[in-house]
Ligand binder design. Structure first.
Ligand code: NAP
Length: 251
């Protein structure tokens, strides 16, 4: 294991935006821990791809909606790759289209458990490792918010939009909480991005259906979102904390 490399953990790193972040980070010289929850094949294929290109990577299973899994995931990264320098709170879910007056408690609780509680627990574990208050050497955290936090997603998934509003507030509050402890905390807020998340919410045609309504007449790519994440993790962003960077093509 080379000593000069930084270690990064990306939740939901196996596919979509997370996988693009892992690829760009590996090319930039990070050791990368690729978290997944069910799709071991995708995570292992990505690790093999990164290793074949000369990178150091490691797949780690864990459901961010489970506190025991989150704790075990961070411990596995400590053992597998060493001290954590950077963390990306990327894992997130949508659900099928529904109005608020149709939502069950189970649906809203699942959304909040994975997107909000999961992000808080992962941020907690990252801070425990990075903060100078806990003997750490500092670091950078980036979370994936969404333009939905500003737009509200009416008739589609207000629960998802609200979960991303919570990510924005987590970003602002945590950034100020740890600003003197060597940690920068920021968020990237993508607009519609081409990944499999839309199909997982029962709308495989969502990008095709909506692109004419977008200012650039196209969705963003996972790589375009990942570039912003890598910038915020990097020393080039050394005076940026508590920022929410829109990567939404003017939307
Ligand atoms: P995606 O293609 O659906 O990929 C989701 C990733 O998260 C997969 O790696 C999946 O693992 C993992 N995951 C799902 N539930 C998890 C859990 N409970 N614990 C751990 N990992 C879990 O999603 P994406 O489009 O790349 O989205 C990434 C982030 O960007 C999300 O936070 C999303 O809300 C946000 N975002 C996306 C868009 C968009 O249009 N795509 C727009 C704005 C914001 P498996 O491979 O094991 O299933």
């Amino acid at each position: 294991m080379s000593a000069d490399k930084k270690t990064l953990l990306v939740t939901g790193g196996s596919r979509g935006i997370g996988a693009a972040i892992c690829r760009q980070a590996s090319r930039a010289g990070y050791r990368v821990a690729v978290n997944y929850v069910t799709n071991r094949t995708a995570a292992e294929a990505l690790v093999s791809e990164l290793e074949a290109a000369g990178g150091e990577a490691f797949a780690v299973k864990g459901d961010v909606g489970s506190e025991a899994d989150v704790v075990a995931m961070f411990e596995a990264v400590d053992k597998g790759l060493g001290r954590l320098d950077a963390f990306v709170n990327n894992a997130g879910i949508v659900d099928v289209k529904a109005r608020v007056d149709e939502m069950s408690a189970e649906r809203v609780e699942r959304m909040m458990s994975i997107n909000v509680v999961g992000s808080f627990l992962c941020a907690r574990e990252a801070v425990k490792r990075m903060s100078t208050r806990h003997g750490g050497k500092g670091g950078a955290i980036v979370s994936l918010s969404s333009a939905a936090a500003r737009l509200g997603s009416p008739g589609e998934y207000v629960d998802y939009a609200a979960s991303k509003g919570a990510i924005d507030t987590l970003t602002i509050g945590l950034a100020r909480e740890v600003v003197l402890e060597g940690i920068r905390v920021n968020a990237v807020s993508p607009g519609i991005t081409e990944t499999e998340i839309h199909a997982s919410g029962g709308q495989p045609d969502r990008v095709a259906r909506m692109q004419a309504m977008l200012p650039m007449k196209r969705a963003g790519t996972a790589d375009e979102v990942a570039s912003a994440v890598l910038y915020l993790l990097s020393d080039a962003a050394s005076y940026i904390t508590g920022a929410i960077l829109n990567v939404s093509g003017g939307r």
